[in-house]
Design a protein around this ligand. Structure first.
Ligand code: NAD
Length: 286
């Protein structure tokens, strides 16, 4: 088993990275940043997003696992105190492979088309003022958007920026993308859907912009500036990200823990214990 490790760069993450390498050597794992099978990120969800972008050209061939140094993350689910258990499981067991959909973003300018993958979302903004863009769905004009921006998210990204702008949460076993609005202007002159829209894998949307606009394209944690953009095509990518699960980590438990709290915090007592029922096709608890 060859692994690559990315840490957030702060002193705690670096210290944990050293511990990981030491434990890994003892258990016969090989550090091979150039050609890994497993990518380990130590930090938070942001570190896993960075790790994903570092290996996005080989995403089909690698699996990811995340360790968090603060609070439980959506992608980083191992605690810093569980490092030894994690390394032992990597060295001795075959993980469940859980695959989540990604977003393909194609930026079309007069001279070229650039393609990107996002794990969470793509956000379009116009830093100089109101974004004005035509939204087409499956090559048919859908609406003329005016407002702060448009967020197009993956199912696993639906709990990130998308949730803050009142988009729905989508289970990552559904191959879909979600379009949500950032402060759209709606009055007697300008009209948008007003709610988020979810497209299946075989649909796509184009955001058609004015090529003279200076645009900010935010892809996960990255911000790119573009001029001369004619359109941005968003679709569910053919590739998926794979996570190596060494223990179950059901999506809805993560959502509950992150946004609602534990049963004890809500009701003062634990919910009745439920027996683990196994994993579905996406490797999530049924
Ligand atoms: P950051 O340091 O500002 O972190 C933002 C927070 O988002 C962190 O707490 C992180 O754990 C959490 N997060 C990341 N991915 C998530 C996901 N899929 N589900 C739930 N929470 C998630 O920024 P960063 O670490 O560089 O992460 C970039 C991400 O931050 C973006 O992809 C976007 O989803 C999110 N973001 C959210 C808002 C907002 O909610 N208003 C604004 C900008 C960016």
């Amino acid at each position: 088993m060859k692994y690559a490790l990315l840490d957030r760069g702060d002193s705690l993450s670096r210290e944990l990275a050293e511990q990981f390498h030491k434990l890994a050597r003892e258990r016969g794992l090989i550090s091979n940043p150039g050609s890994p099978d497993l990518i380990v990120s130590i930090g938070g969800d942001g570190t896993l997003l960075q790790a994903f972008h570092s290996f996005s050209d080989r995403v089909q061939d690698v699996a990811f696992v995340g360790v968090h140094t603060g609070h439980l993350g959506f992608y980083a689910d191992w605690k810093k105190t569980e490092l030894e258990e994690l390394v032992t499981l990597i060295a001795t067991s075959e993980p469940q492979k859980v695959s989540y959909p990604l977003l393909r973003i194609q930026v079309v300018t007069d001279t070229e088309t650039k393609s990107y993958l996002a794990l969470n979302e793509f956000t379009l903004k116009r830093p100089g003022g109101t974004l004005v863009a035509q939204l087409n769905i499956n090559d048919e004009p859908f609406e003329m958007f005016r407002g702060d921006g448009i967020v197009v998210s993956t199912p696993s990204g639906s709990t990130g920026y998308n949730k803050s702008v009142h988009g729905a949460i989508i289970h990552p076993s559904l191959e879909a993308l979600q379009i949500a609005e950032l402060a759209s202007i709606n009055n007697r002159v300008y009209r948008t859907l007003g709610s988020s829209a979810i497209l299946p894998k075989h649909h796509h949307c184009d955001i058609v912009t004015d090529p003279s606009d200076d645009l900010a394209l935010l892809i996960d944690h990255l911000t790119l500036r573009f001029q001369g953009v004619r359109s941005i095509i968003c679709s569910v990518a053919d590739d998926k990200i794979h996570f190596a699960r060494y223990r179950p980590f059901p999506f809805w438990n993560r959502v509950r823990n992150a946004f609602i709290g534990s049963p004890k915090e809500i009701t003062g007592q634990n919910f009745p214990k439920k027996k683990f029922t196994g994993l579905d096709d996406a490797g999530e608890e049924k």
